[in-house]
Design a binder for this molecule. Structure first.
Ligand code: DAT
Length: 201
């Protein structure tokens, strides 16, 4: 025995102690950005808006006029995100999740909203009737939740809501508890196996 602490010397173990990355996903208007910012503020993790990265790094191939949206250059975007997420400790928000490699995230929170709440939020945003209806249908059909459940281990996918200040505080507290549980156990599996969040719907 040379007294060296194993996790300091074994690169595999050291890598496994990397801080986790969290993905906050959901239909536009459900409250991803608000939730991600709040959790970042409460935990010290860094908020990464995928939409902002796409804009800053110009990851677009053109514009889909019919759908009133930019056409993403996914490969370019993923190259930039890979670098940003490499060290862990990020709270990422995006309205889709299947394009990301599974290994990037340790926790996936799918923000859900009722029809009435989403209708009001998307109307306030000035979305066209068509765009608003498409997003409402997407939420009713739980498209993003199903995408998340198909793309990641079910154990790390959890639904949350973001309608009130209490929701923000409660969700942030759950993430804090989850982070602390992982740090104390010093094992990556602790992040994976955490079942603190319960599916609410
Ligand atoms: P998203 O990023 O999913 O498009 P958002 O975070 O921009 O959604 O939120 C949409 C609107 O809803 C915005 O006006 C802020 C409001 N909102 C979201 N979560 C909230 C909460 N917990 N309490 C009060 N307002 C909230």
């Amino acid at each position: 025995m040379d007294g060296t602490r194993p996790h300091r010397t074994n690169p595999l173990l050291r890598a496994s102690l990397k801080r986790p990355n969290i993905l906050i996903t959901g239909t536009p208007g459900t409250g991803k950005t608000t939730t991600a910012r709040y959790i970042a503020g409460a935990t010290g993790l860094e908020h990464v808006s995928v939409g902002d990265v796409a804009k800053e790094k110009e990851c677009f191939e053109g514009r889909d006029v019919e759908l009133d949206t930019n056409i993403l250059d996914e490969e370019k975007l993923l190259d930039h995100l890979e670098i940003i997420l490499a060290d862990g400790g990020k709270v990422v928000d995006y309205h889709s999740c299947e394009l990301f490699p599974e290994r990037w995230f340790d926790l996936i929170l799918v923000v859900r909203a009722t029809n009435a709440v989403l209708f009001d939020r998307l109307s306030a945003r000035g979305y066209s009737t068509r765009k608003r209806e498409e997003n409402l249908e997407c939420e009713i059909m739980q498209v993003v939740l199903d995408e998340a459940l198909e793309s990641y281990e079910k154990e790390i996918v959890h639904e949350i809501t973001s309608e009130t200040e209490d929701d923000l505080q409660e969700n942030a507290q759950r993430v804090k508890d989850w982070l602390i549980a992982g740090i104390e156990s010093k094992r990556r599996r602790a992040w994976k196996n955490d079942r603190y969040f319960k599916l609410r719907c």
